[in-house]
Design a protein around this ligand. Structure first.
Ligand code: NAD
Ligand code: UGA
Length: 475
């Protein structure tokens, strides 16, 4: 008797937003769930073209990412500009669009700008022809799910939508490992029958590689708040250690020793106690300001002030290093050159959003200093865009921007970067910087040689053999 072959239709999911979260997260889901077709869509055609292009030039640089994309692309991982088709074809729609701080209107400078999220919700409501589970992957203020559901229903024709909060905890530079071995996966949903069913559909995806005990299911508001709380507490540790670094500099204590001593208490733990020039990245500042805004909204001014201080200390830390560099010229800064090593907000990423380097460069250029920049991964265009965007946000005129840009030189290698420079500042902790021949490098600089280590990657006693003018954080 002939047996009838039963072909099961593969489950299809999609993700709107092919950025630092959408790209790596969906690539890992595709790798770990070969039975699911994953489509990542974005409104930016250049980005999609790059995701479909040369593996060495993917729009996101992450160690291990290109290998995952190589194994999955055009098998069960697809990148496309056709957002509407992806919505129609998918039962589950992840939304990983950007949620920057608002720049105008109510809450400007504090609240999260939800225009991209709202745009997506409106579109899903308009385009969907069957029931959907919409998953918030972006970091959002508490109770955004309520707003999303409202928009979805306003625009739909009697379709059922479940909104799930599944915030992402990956860190850039370690995204692939973080996704492979997540500390936890958080899935929040409505505590109704259909809400619980939607939660279990998302649990099922992650269960393919994450142990069930690490998958936490909660109500929606707890999931949304836990994400903001996690980032706030991580950033708070950095601001705490950085505030102590300033005390170290006044007292003769050494922040590296203090950090080690404090971190050995297992109740405190050793992670996120590395003193630095200040935290950067697209999220810490934005998410804390979001929390501050939320606290104020609920009339919790003391709570708002408490968290706001984390951002204020971070600005203080960036300013302290800028001032130290400027003061090294003893008032004669005009046309002096400062070499900056590192533009990314941390090592192992090509992302420079909110990098301390941007803030410091701005302060130096205000003093007519020429800033020469070298980063092994961040592209020239991105560095220029970072500065132009900052100045535009400060209402600097285009003529002034043109003039300021004349003071920026971007170099392809570190030796050209320090050419004719008497002052060098390390802003990103790239491993490659540690391997340089520092004796040779310092000796090739102009006199008097000043070296500022904004990441404490160099050994002070070794460096001081070659120049007395060495500053590192909190030592
Ligand atoms: P990103 O800017 O790298 O990517 C967002 C993408 O969304 C962009 O490519 C943009 O073109 C696209 N987009 C915006 N609106 C769209 C629309 N209506 N339709 C289609 N595409 C649209 O941002 P990201 O760093 O990936 O962050 C995304 C979210 O994840 C943010 O809320 C962020 O706070 C959160 N998050 C980020 C990280 C991180 O490490 N970057 C980690 C955890 C959480
Ligand atoms: C951070 C969180 O670590 C992630 O869990 C979160 O998902 C993500 O934000 C997000 O929501 O976007 P990320 O910003 O990629 O990840 O990188 P981190 O490793 O947290 O570093 C942030 C900044 O803090 C960097 O500038 C880093 O150099 C700095 N930092 C970090 C320190 O100065 N000291 C430390 O001890 C640790």
């Amino acid at each position: 008797m002939a047996t009838k072959k039963i072909t099961m239709k593969k489950q299809s999911i999609c993700c709107i937003g092919a950025g630092y979260v959408g790209g790596p997260t969906m690539a890992v889901i595709a790798l770990k769930c070969p039975d699911i077709n994953v489509t990542v869509v974005d409104k930016n055609p250049e980005k999609i073209k790059a995701w479909n292009g040369d593996l060495n030039y993917l729009p996101v640089y992450e160690p291990g990412l290109k290998e995952v994309v190589k194994k999955t692309r055009n098998k069960n991982l697809f990148f496309s500009n056709d957002v509407d088709k992806a919505i129609r074809d998918s039962e589950i729609i992840f939304v990983a669009v950007n949620t920057p701080t608002k720049t105008k209107g109510k809450g400007a400078g504090m609240a999260a700008d939800l225009k991209y999220i709202k745009e997506c919700a409106k579109n899903i409501g308009k385009v969907a022809e069957s029931d959907k589970i919409v998953v918030e992957k972006s970091t959002l203020p508490v109770r955004t799910a309520e707003k999303i559901k409202e928009i979805l229903e306003e625009n739909s024709k009697g379709i059922n939508f479940e909104v799930i909060s599944n915030p992402e905890f990956l860190a850039e530079g370690t995204a692939i490992q973080d996704l492979f071995k997540s500390d936890r996966v958080l899935i929040g949903g409505e505590q109704t029958k259909s809400g619980k069913k939607a939660i279990s559909r998302i649990v099922k995806i992650y269960e393919n590689w994450i142990p069930r005990r690490k998958i936490l299911t909660t109500n929606v508001w707890s999931a949304e708040l836990s994400k903001l709380a996690s980032n706030a507490m991580l950033a708070q540790r950095i601001s705490s250690i950085n505030s102590l670094s300033a005390i170290c500099e006044k007292t003769g204590a050494d922040i590296e020793e203090v950090s080690k001593a404090v971190g050995m208490d297992k109740r405190i733990g050793k992670y996120f106690l590395k003193a630095s020039v200040g935290f950067g990245g697209s999220c810490f500042q934005k998410d804390i300001l979001n929390l501050v805004y939320l606290s104020k909204y609920y009339g919790l001014d003391e709570v708002a002030n408490y968290w706001h201080q984390v951002v204020k200390i971070n600005n203080f830390q960036k300013d302290r290093l800028s001032e130290k560099i400027i003061n090294s010229f003893q008032g004669d800064t005009k046309s002096k050159k400062v070499s900056i090593f590192g533009w990314a907000f941390k090592k192992d990423t090509n992302d420079s959003r909110e990098s301390a380097a941007i803030h410091i460069t701005d302060k130096l250029i205000d003093e007519d200093i020429i800033v020469s920049i070298y980063d092994p991964m961040v592209e020239e265009k991105r560095i220029i865009d970072d500065m132009v965007n900052l100045w535009l946000s400060m209402n600097v005129s285009s003529n002034q921007i043109e003039l300021k840009l004349k003071n920026i030189k971007i170099e392809k290698d570190y030796s050209s970067c320090i050419n004719q420079s008497s002052c060098l500042a390390i802003i990103t902790e790239w491993d490659i910087f540690k391997s340089y021949d520092w004796k040779k490098l310092i000796n090739s600089m102009e006199q008097p040689r000043f070296l500022f280590d904004g990441r404490n990657i160099l050994n002070p006693s070794m460096i001081r053999k070659h120049t007395e003018n060495f500053y590192s954080i909190g030592r």
